[in-house]
Design a protein around this ligand. Structure first.
Ligand code: 5SP
Ligand code: FE2
Length: 232
């Protein structure tokens, strides 16, 4: 499928969120980092802001929950209008039940792995998911350096997705830029979160197009991974 670019609102001007969302309207999704100051040492925004953002843009919201107790809170982000909700497996008490609940409420269900969390123990969960997020920095802050030691995990995850014949999107998040996106795409990622590389650019919309072109060039063209861009 075509590479998807999801600008992270974390790197935007929080005093002008609606305008910042509109500034990237050619993007596939708007990535919204929810942090609770417990699961990660940073505090950002919650359900009311997600609800307001959803009204401010036509771009669907990709909510990345870096919070404790996602089993309790994630469904509220679906109700607030998120089209995709990602919970961290390290924080979830019952990931299968949670993924099913997110799907049942009408959003795409996604699970994230911190850099030290391997994919192998979760192979059997993959059919329950619409997207798997491999973090390429420690979660908590934008603007960190890309961890290229995560590339083998991206490759292994793509192999497992292919082994099970799944239509699962593979997202990377953290330090994704013009300097790193091609390596991620070659390793098998097809959804790319970019915060500072988009909002730090003079023209954020142009940065989205440039990142997408680089990712697609790296994989030759669209559809090489053998999966399609079917949404839910
Ligand atoms: O989830 C996170 C950080 O925890 C990310 O979504 C960052 O917001 C990405 O920012 P850049 O690394 O692209 O600047
Ligand atoms: Fe994120």
């Amino acid at each position: 499928m075509a590479a998807q670019i999801n600008p992270s609102i974390l790197s935007a001007d929080f005093a002008r969120l609606a305008d910042e969302a509109k500034a990237v309207e050619g993007a596939d999704w708007l990535h919204v980092d929810v942090m609770d100051n417990h699961f990660v040492p940073n505090l950002t925004l919650g359900v009311p802001v997600v609800e307001a953002l959803g009204k401010a843009t036509d771009t669907p919201l990709d909510c990345h929950l870096m919070i404790e107790d996602p089993d309790r809170w994630a469904p509220q982000y679906v109700e607030a209008g998120a089209g995709s909700v990602t919970f961290h497996v390290e924080a979830a008490a019952a990931p299968v039940r949670l993924a099913r609940e997110i799907r049942a409420k009408g959003a795409r269900a996604s699970m994230a792995l911190k850099p030290a969390t391997p994919i192998e123990p979760y192979e059997d969960l993959l059919p329950e998911l619409d997207m798997l997020l491999v973090m390429t920095v420690e979660p908590g802050f934008g603007g960190q350096a890309f961890l290229d030691i995560m590339l083998p995990k991206i490759r292994r995850t793509r192999e497992l997705i292919a082994k099970h014949g799944l239509e699962l999107w593979l997202q990377v998040d953290g330090g994704v830029s013009a300097a790193t996106i091609e390596r991620c795409a070659e390793a098998g990622a097809d959804v790319f979160v970019a915060g500072s590389a988009v909002y730090g650019a003079e023209d954020p919309a142009k940065a989205v197009q440039e990142l997408r072109a680089l990712a697609e060039k790296a994989t030759g063209t669209t559809g090489l991974c053998g999966h399609s861009a079917t949404g839910r």
